[in-house]
Design a protein. Structure first.
Length: 297
């Protein structure tokens, strides 16, 4: 329903690569070049300029990219409303979520959503909060769900759910003297932490400030890139880790891990939907309404 050349341009502009655009669109690189050349001829202006082996958008290219984003959002909304007239819900909805949310919270929710709306084709990618926000800017996803308290002015944030961060350790090891741990205890226990850029590390850092502790005050044994890696490591070491209660529910029930209370420490964080400011993507709004309703039940 729209000029394929505009989609080719949009893909090249997003990837800044004719080769990657050809791979994504399943067409040849000469075909990509041909479509861009025809679009430039139609507009009477160059859309890309070469700098060595790289390309960048010209001023005209930036303008076309801006309007292409609007056109594609309008197209998605048109498809959504046409499907509503046909008593269907359909379209493509790429979602990105922070690692913990993508692993533990979203899969059962997506299963329910896909059963309710089988004509909506969802996809899910995961990464830390910074990576999810960057994916929104790159338009590789339409909707993000993050753990951190990031407040980028170019993004809108809508509260989704709450999640408690707890300190857990291996049931085989003794931590402290059996009483709630003190800030002094936290300085001695070897800790596993999520990598820099993760929403989990961000909120932990903020909460530790109330205890007059900095990350550099702690005995950090290792920074790790996923909750699953931390859990696996914990099974074989005397370390402890601040981790989502949802992520260790099974291990706590099986008696493999135990909660380590910390004096004056209680961290309940808010999870947020996030999307580009001004975006009125109706499939995104449909999923947000569905998710919030199902989490409240």
């Amino acid at each position: 329903m729209f000029d394929f050349r505009l989609r080719v341009f949009h893909t090249v502009a997003k990837r800044l690569s004719f080769t990657k655009a050809a791979e994504e669109l399943y067409i040849s690189q000469p075909a990509v070049t041909k479509h861009i050349h025809e679009l430039e001829q139609q507009l009477g202006m160059a859309l890309f300029e070469r700098i060595g082996n790289k390309i960048k958008l010209t001023r005209a290219g930036v303008l076309v990219m801006h309007h292409a984003e609007i056109i594609f959002t309008d197209y998605r909304n048109l498809e959504y409303e046409i499907n509503q007239l046909k008593h269907m819900q359909g379209g493509l909805l790429p979602i990105g979520a922070s690692t913990t949310i993508a692993q533990y919270l979203l899969p059962p929710l997506l299963a329910k959503f896909n059963q309710r709306y089988p004509d909506v084709k969802t996809s899910l990618t995961s990464g830390n909060t910074e990576q999810i926000e960057q994916a929104l800017f790159e338009k590789s996803i339409q909707l993000g769900i993050i753990e951190g308290s990031s407040k980028n002015p170019l993004l809108k944030y809508v509260e989704f759910a709450k999640d408690e961060i707890i300190l857990v350790g291996n049931m085989k090891h003794q931590y402290g003297n059996g009483e709630p741990l003190t800030p002094a205890d936290l300085k001695t226990i070897p800790l596993l932490m999520r990598e820099h850029g993760s929403g989990t590390l961000e909120v932990i850092t903020e909460e530790l400030k109330r205890l007059k502790l900095k990350i550099t005050d702690l005995n950090v044994a290792m920074y790790m890139g996923s909750t699953e890696s931390i859990k696996s490591y914990l099974h074989h070491s005397p370390c402890a880790a601040f981790i989502s209660s949802q992520a260790v529910q099974r291990e706590l029930e099986l008696g493999e891990f135990r909660v380590l209370p910390v004096k004056n420490f209680k961290l309940v964080r808010k999870l947020h939907f996030t999307y580009l400011q001004g975006l009125q993507d109706k499939l995104c709004q449909l999923f947000i309404r569905f998710a919030r309703q199902n989490m409240a039940e």
